[in-house]
Design a protein around this ligand. Structure first.
Ligand code: DOR
Ligand code: ZN
Length: 364
């Protein structure tokens, strides 16, 4: 069986900075990816619109130029969101929108994940001038939807977790205060978040990663498979079932691919574990495996349609750019994922870290 699909878009990924960037971009090109939304949690963060990179921050202009020089010129689309920090102003939003450089902004829960210490609490942003300007200019708000600063027991327990709290306590207020704001609920992991997105207006969509469609907390804990450790953390079977139901609903237009592929050259140390699963080179294969586990027959016309919407069509439609007219192919055949050697050191792709074979292979 062979799948021929329009090239797809990864609407949430991490290409980092420095000499390894080119390896990460190449891994995306190698898996039929036609474009990406490249996260701004670099060191330093992408916190300005234009001008040269400075010691305290990249600009969208300078980081995009760096990415293009590292191979991203081959992409049909490259979106770099502005990291919302204490320095972000409504003037920057208006100027950025007018120049065409600004298409999205990223909300990070302060200290909630990798390089998120520059983030502003959601409560400080709701009702403020920055969100009003984004609403007015149609700038997309990309949200890492987890309540920050929770104690360990509140961070995750059987009834509630940081994500469910965020989607029940913060998101309704955000929507009420900014009814026109275009929002992507990124890398959602829970039934609560999936149901929130389904019930929200059309201009609220979501990305889902391969790992959250494939795995649960049990997979992570059994053997402490730290390559599966990412944030938000994988959740429970009922949550995974809700995510699978969301992406496999006929005609759905709100859910799309965003891998959150997040390379770390040092993953686990004696003092803890960096959050992030690296799925460069293998994301469409993993998504295909997840759709099959969800009961979709990718050999059928309906099954292929569902997969194509999620991977190649819904994301471009949501962000307002054309789907790719180029194609890529995958065939149903076992393949192994291998260590990615980069100038910064080797990075372990998720399937290798999980000790699984892929059941799909890219056709080159
Ligand atoms: O697992 C994650 N890794 N989640 C994030 O929010 C950030 C990312 C990273 O940059 O490594
Ligand atoms: Zn991310």
């Amino acid at each position: 069986m062979t799948l021929t699909l329009p090239k797809w878009f990864d609407l949430h990924t991490h290409f980092r900075q420095g000499p390894a960037m080119a390896s990460y971009v190449q891994a995306h090109l190698d898996m039929g990816c036609a474009g990406a939304l490249a996260m701004p949690n670099t060191q330093p963060p992408v916190s300005r619109i234009s001008g040269a990179a400075e010691s305290d921050g990249w600009s969208i202009e300078s980081y995009s130029a760096e990415l293009r020089a590292a191979g991203a010129h081959a992409f049909e689309q490259l979106i770099v969101p502005l990291y919302l920090t204490r320095q972000t102003t409504a003037f920057m939003i208006r100027e950025g929108a007018a120049s065409g450089l600004l298409r999205a902004c990223k909300y990070y829960p302060p200290h909630g994940t990798t390089n998120s210490e520059h983030g502003m609490p959601m409560d400080n942003l709701i009702g403020g001038e920055v969100f009003r300007a984004m609403e007015e200019y149609g700038i997309v708000l990309c949200i890492h939807g987890e309540q920050h600063a929770l104690s360990g027991p509140d961070y995750i327990d059987a009834q509630q977790n940081a994500e469910t709290r965020f989607y029940t306590e913060r998101m309704p207020r955000l929507l009420a205060a900014h009814p026109k704001l275009r929002i992507v609920c990124e890398h959602i992991t829970t039934r609560t978040a999936a149901e929130f997105v389904v019930g929200a207006p059309e201009h609220v969509g979501a990305t889902i990663t391969p790992q959250h469609l494939l795995y649960t907390l049990g997979h992570l804990i059994q053997g402490l498979k730290y390559h599966l450790y990412c944030l938000p953390i994988v959740k429970f079977q009922d949550d995974r079932a809700a995510l699978r139901a969301a992406v496999t609903k006929a005609g759905q237009s709100k859910f799309f691919a965003g891998t959150d592929s997040a390379p770390h050259t040092t993953k686990a140390t004696a003092c803890g574990c960096a959050a992030g699963c690296f799925t460069g080179g293998c994301a469409p294969q993993l998504y295909a495996m997840a759709f099959e586990e969800a009961g979709v027959d990718l050999a059928s016309a309906d099954g292929e349609d569902l997969f194509e919407r999620f991977l190649s069509l819904n994301g471009p439609a949501f962000y307002g750019f054309p789907a790719s007219t180029q194609q890529f192919q995958m065939e149903k055949a076992a393949s192994k994922s291998v260590l990615l050697e980069t100038p910064a050191g080797p990075v372990t792709p998720l399937p290798l870290g999980m000790g699984i074979e892929l059941t799909w292979r890219m056709v080159r």
